[in-house]
Design a protein around this ligand. Structure first.
Ligand code: SF4
Length: 378
């Protein structure tokens, strides 16, 4: 029997500066720390291929996220990719994504990444209005996003994603629609549109608490979400997941793995994995991560073995977010397992979940309340 495909996620824990809303595990980039991290990561790649018995499993996607992977030199990124090819078996059509800040890379860097086999660039545009970027403490300018997309295309990338956020301080429906229009003019193959959420212990949370910044307006965010669905749908993008839109054939294979309860290995500090029914995570501290790998120990901090009932719960909650949905019998089985029959019946009666024969999914109204519904079904 063919082994199941696997995805690899690599967390690069550095950025040039921290955006006001960001709660990801990262440090401000420093050359020496980055060099030590790359040495550890290279070691972790070999150790995990061996210890997880993953060396011969086809890798269908590799995703370098963070943080900002492209704060590393292209030579460092290429060395990481080369180490992956040494220890894992990449499928011939493996999707390899690198997340990038639009202001960081030169065209030469992009050419080198393309030649090294990266198939997909994902730029964190966030907004196409400079004022929005300033208000969320995001470095860079809109003109740099335009340049980055143009240069990536010239370097040979056909598959380009732009990440956007809506509900930003000072943003209104009209400015969000302008952002969408400007993004569409760049014709990316994929667009992610995330509602701004306020995470604890971020500068944004503190600004809101001190009334220096307005809290996101949920009603406005729903209007913005509806506008995105309408404008991107009219432009030929399919909304294939709550926050993700793609031109036909360009859905992100790596992210689909998460939502279809597929298996993935996460490498780098704080990265999460799901393998053989067990979720486990790496230590979220770069010094501890380096120490562990210097002793040739995988830096895994916690493990949770999921029962079959919990695995079905996760498959239902993630899978409902997808347009392809889940088998309807799984929805009812999960409702029975967790005593959610009444809640499920209400969600169906309110047409927040729609049943189309043997498949069930969130309706377009349901997608606007995806997190609340997930909480009800958990
Ligand atoms: S660039 Fe991305 S990862 Fe880095 S601080 Fe900003 S949001 Fe967080």
């Amino acid at each position: 029997m063919m082994p199941h495909p696997l995805g690899l996620y690599l967390h690069i824990p550095f950025c040039r500066q921290r955006c006001d809303f960001c709660s990801f595990y990262l440090e401000i980039h420093r050359e020496g720390r980055a060099e030590a991290f790359v040495r550890s990561l290279v070691h972790e790649i070999g150790l995990s291929a061996q210890q997880h018995g993953a060396a011969n499993r086809p890798i269908q996607s590799v995703y370098l996220g963070g943080g900002t992977p492209t704060v590393l030199a292209s030579t460092q990124l290429i060395a990481i990719l080369s180490e992956i090819r040494t220890h894992f078996t990449l499928a011939s059509d493996c999707e390899i994504t690198v997340e990038a800040h639009p202001s960081i890379n030169s065209e030469q860097d992009l050419v080198q990444l393309c030649q090294a086999g990266v198939t997909r660039m994902s730029f964190g545009a966030e907004s196409m209005e400079d004022g929005d970027l300033t208000r969320i403490g995001r470095s860079g300018a809109v003109s740099e996003t335009i340049t980055a997309v143009t240069q990536a295309r010239a370097a040979g990338f056909a598959n380009i994603n732009l990440d956007l956020m809506y509900g930003l301080p000072g943003q209104n429906l009209e400015s969000w629609q302008r952002t969408l229009t400007h993004c569409l003019a760049l014709a990316p193959t994929h667009l992610s549109a995330y509602a701004l959420t306020v995470e604890q212990d971020t500068k944004l949370a503190s600004n809101i608490q001190r009334q220096r910044s307005p809290a996101p307006d949920e009603g406005l965010q729903i209007e913005m979400d509806e506008a995105a669905q309408r404008m991107l749908g009219d432009a030929g993008y399919e909304r294939y997941e709550v926050s993700n839109y793609a031109q036909p054939g360009y859905a992100c294979r790596h992210n689909l793995l998460y939502w279809t309860n597929g298996e993935y290995l996460g490498l780098g500090p704080s990265a999460q994995s799901y393998l053989g029914g067990t979720r486990f995570g790496n230590v979220a501290d770069l010094t501890d991560y380096n120490t562990s790998l210097a002793a040739s120990r995988l830096p895994i901090e916690d493990r949770t073995r999921l029962t079959e009932i919990e695995q079905l719960r996760d498959a239902v909650i993630f899978g409902l977010r997808l347009i392809q949905g889940i088998p309807t019998r799984h929805l009812h089985q999960h409702a029975e397992n967790y005593g959610h029959a009444t809640v499920t019946a209400q969600l169906l009666a309110q047409q927040l979940i729609e049943v189309d024969g043997e498949r069930s999914r969130l309706s377009s109204r349901g997608r606007l309340q995806a997190d609340t519904i997930a909480g009800q079904l958990y």
